[in-house]
Design a protein around this ligand. Structure first.
Ligand code: G3I
Length: 374
């Protein structure tokens, strides 16, 4: 109670202070004992090119994810040739700051170089070749950070919106057991790491049911699946019912697994259509200025509505804090967000907690305030 009163008084005087100012409340403190609070970092941030950002990250968060640096195309661009520089820097930063690292991502159909799926003649690689490349990649990456990267996102986005398995080159080349194989290889490489399945739009009932089937199948086979990641790329109107989001947390918790909110952001921009809800990178809509209404700045009323929406999600997350392991935002500030370029390129979005000036937005304070209700 006393702690909360102190936070409240700090909050009331905080609006005029700078981003690195110790008087701005800290998210990791606000949710201490509930769940980790994390952020994705891009390459420039990880390499220290924006020192003020790293300072803010260390004060605000206790978990970090590489936005791109641990993806296959970045870490093993050519077979057997690894580029560890950015990933090493991220893990080093996290260790110095006492933060947890979530490894993103081992097996995905995007951002994976073409050579992975091809044989020497450019034809489709055989099942054995694919399995061997998958094993070697996972052993190298998970093995390098054994005991240092606590969470690994083993398979990402394996499901269609109707809950069926997505036809990716992994599925086509290996078969349905590619998912359990990926978990097996990761478990062999670091038996202590927490391994999880990750996807977007898991609030949708059909996709939720698909994830439950998938994970239950893994559990029945004794595969070491240790959690489910919900990406949480949301908008002002989707999910339309927050009860769907809550029902998914409950369904995953009923499997005995913690939920990781892995990539949270709330876009304030109009969505061109339902296919743009989520994060399917194959969607690319032509630019149209009507879809970019806030290029000149974020209206107060919209900022306030976004803040209420963030707070509503956090009230649900807090109510289920026994089942929620962490909440990670997909970027530190609005300027760096992928949402400025997806599903329409060149827009000005405001999906995160800090503005382009590095200052905390209403959403930041609304989230901190939501922690008082514990
Ligand atoms: O690194 C190159 C740079 O050299 C080049 O000058 C520049 C020109 O476009 O592109 C840079 O690469 C971009 C990369 O981000 C780093 O900024 C790619 O074009 C761009 O496609 C890539 O986008 C990333 C996207 O995944 C695809 O990998 C986003 O930053 C990243 O936020 C996004 O994250 C995904 C998660 O991994 C999975 N879930 C969905 C989420 C959003 O799409």
């Amino acid at each position: 109670m006393i702690r909360r009163m102190i936070v409240l008084s700090v909050l009331l005087t905080a609006t005029a202070t700078s981003a690195a100012d110790p008087e701005i409340p800290s998210l990791k403190r606000a949710f201490e004992g509930d769940f980790l609070v994390g952020t994705a970092l891009n390459r420039e941030q990880i390499l220290g090119q924006e020192p003020a950002v790293l300072e803010r990250v260390a004060r605000q968060f206790n978990q970090v994810t590489a936005e791109n640096a641990m993806k296959w195309e970045k870490i093993e661009p050519r077979e057997g040739e690894f580029d560890w520089a950015t990933a090493d820097a991220l893990v080093g930063f996290a260790e110095r700051q006492g933060m947890q690292v979530a490894g993103h991502v081992l097996v995905w159909h995007q951002q994976t170089p073409a050579w992975v799926f091809e044989d020497a003649d450019g034809a489709q690689a055989s099942r054995e070749q694919l399995l061997s490349r998958m094993r070697e990649h996972i052993q190298a990456v998970v093995g390098r950070y054994k005991g240092r990267v606590r969470y690994w996102e083993v398979v990402n986005e394996a499901l269609n919106e109707d809950g069926s398995l997505r036809r990716t080159p992994w599925l086509e080349g290996i078969g349905e057991d590619y998912i359990e194989k990926a978990f097996e290889f990761a478990h062999q490489a670091d038996p202590e790491a927490v391994l999880y399945y990750n996807d977007f739009n898991l609030y949708k009932p059909a996709k939720r049911a698909g994830a439950v089937r998938l994970v239950q199948g893994l559990q029945e086979k004794g595969v070491a699946v240790g959690g489910i990641g919900m990406q949480a790329h949301y908008g002002m109107d989707h999910p339309a019912r927050l009860g769907d989001f809550e029902a998914s947390i409950e369904a995953f918790a009923a499997l005995g697994l913690p939920v990781h909110i892995t990539e949270m952001d709330i876009s304030v921009l109009p969505m061109p259509g339902p296919e743009a809800e989520g994060a399917d990178l194959d969607v690319d809509v032509e630019a149209d200025q009507r879809l970019n209404p806030y290029a000149g700045g974020l209206p107060r009323e919209v900022e306030e509505r976004q803040a209420s929406r963030y707070a509503a999600f956090f009230r649900i997350l807090l109510a289920h804090r026994e089942s929620v392991a962490r909440v990670t935002f997909w970027g530190v500030d609005d300027g760096q967000s992928w949402k400025n370029n997806w599903p329409v390129r060149g827009r000005t979005d405001y999906p995160l907690l800090f503005g382009r000036d590095g200052q905390p937005k209403d959403a930041f304070y609304a989230i901190v305030r939501s922690s008082y209700s514990k």
